[in-house]
Design a protein around this ligand. Sequence first.
Ligand code: S3P
Length: 170
Amino acid sequence: MKVFLIGFMGSGKSTTAKKLASRLGYECLDLDALIEQGEGRSINELFRLEGEDNFRKLEYRYLRSIGEKQQAVIATGGGTPCYHGNMDYMNATGITVYLKMAPTQLHSRLKNTAGNRPLLKGQAGGDLVQSIVQKLEEREGFYRQATLVADGFSLDVPALADEIVRRLKK
Ligand code: S3P
């Protein structure tokens, strides 16, 4: 069984995936890292050289290359659920967990690292808050289709792991 962590940039998907995988005894995978390794380029370079549309095609392909049977926790990218039927695919092949956070909480996490993220590059202060609010609004409809919604800001990883195990037993 696979557990896909979804949510906005800065919601803690990669860190949580490591903790959750170790708690469940599953392998931990990071979709952005898989793309970077496979393509030999950083996410920033892929956006700059090939554009977002091509990045979305890669994301689609690498998501499906993870396979059906592994026991894995997968940290996805913030946009993964919103393109090319990826949310339906993840819900059909595993459990999805939305790490939900409010725009102000996301802003406090993203304000120092926005430069590393192609979709937020060059934005700061009120502009950054505005972008977060707008993008979150566009994406929330996809995120809300998750099997489980967890509070990303004060996440209780052991409790989440127990809930996932309960779901798997159903
Ligand atoms: C993206 C989020 C990034 C990465 C890419 C696009 C997005 O991942 O996949 O920059 O569309 O929100 P993180 O959510 O890990 O920052």
